[in-house]
Design a protein around this ligand. Structure first.
Ligand SMILES: [Zn+2]
Length: 263
């Protein structure tokens, strides 16, 4: 491998940083992570060989997730860290050595710009996009730990309403891996509103060794946590984003009250 190849870089001068961080000193117990906040592709990667319609779909990002997360962050005064580039560049909720870290296919289509890429390019995506985002989360969690502040990690996602031709009936889902303590309370609270179907660890769960944010940042530190998926068609517009942010805030507050009685 040549020296030039080793110096491969992904982000150009003047492009937005790898992550957004807001309300770092927020008073809430909640820290909000948005792994799939953006559909942005670095200029140097062009369109990854995909048509514009694909780059706007859920395969590129979690539609509405950042907008909902920002409303929750504001309402709760909770710190928020969000990825600033598409999951098609590198998926920040996958361990970097998994197959889907830099996905060669996105739902049904091949991603030409991700096929046969060099080790130097893989390393550049990891170092310039994945690591800065997760380092920001680590720094925030370590700071709170050293300040003796309680923390609950909340990962906000949205999911497609139709996956591989199958329509999803649930409106939202609460997901977790090894630690259901907080997620169970949040699920109970969300289910109090009978108007909505809230799934319990479906249509998927937090998978050890594959999914990254909850296992790496929360489970490894014993931090209570949950992931919430909202169906994207419910939060693609402002009114839905506001309504779901309010619903989630009510549920998070109720779950936190129950959780504190255990401690
Ligand atoms: Zn997501």
């Amino acid at each position: 491998m040549s020296t030039d190849a080793q110096r491969c870089s992904v982000l150009s001068v003047g492009e937005p940083s790898a992550f957004l961080a807001e309300r770092r000193k927020g008073k809430s117990s909640f820290v909000i992570a948005v792994d799939h906040a953006s559909a942005r592709i670095p200029r140097r990667l062009g369109d990854l060989g995909l048509p514009p319609t694909e780059l706007e779909r859920h395969v590129a990002w979690d539609i509405g997730a950042l907008a909902v997360a920002r409303l929750i962050s504001e309402a709760l005064d909770a710190p928020l860290v969000a990825q600033n580039y598409s999951r098609l560049v590198i998926d920040c909720n996958r361990y970097p050595d998994t197959e889907t870290s830099i996905p060669a296919t996105a739902e049904l289509h091949q991603v030409p710009g991700n096929v046969g890429i060099s080790d130097a390019e893989i390393r550049a995506r990891r170092e310039e996009i994945f690591e800065p985002y997760h380092n920001a989360l680590t720094a925030l969690l370590e700071q709170r730990e050293s300040d003796n502040r309680p923390t609950i990690l909340f990962a906000q996602h949205t999911m497609t309403d139709v996956f591989k031709g199958v329509t999803r009936e649930m409106h939202a889902a609460v997901l977790y891996g090894l630690d259901r303590r907080f997620a169970g309370f949040a699920l109970d609270a969300l289910r109090e509103n009978k108007e909505f179907v809230i799934a319990d660890n479906e249509p998927y769960t937090v998978v050890q060794g594959v999914h990254y944010t909850i296992p790496f940042h929360a489970e490894s530190r014993g931090i209570p946590n949950l992931e919430i998926e909202i169906r994207q068609d419910l939060v693609s517009e402002r009114a839905g984003q506001i309504a779901w942010a309010e619903r989630i805030c009510v549920a998070l507050r109720a779950a936190e009250r129950r959780f504190r009685t255990l401690e």
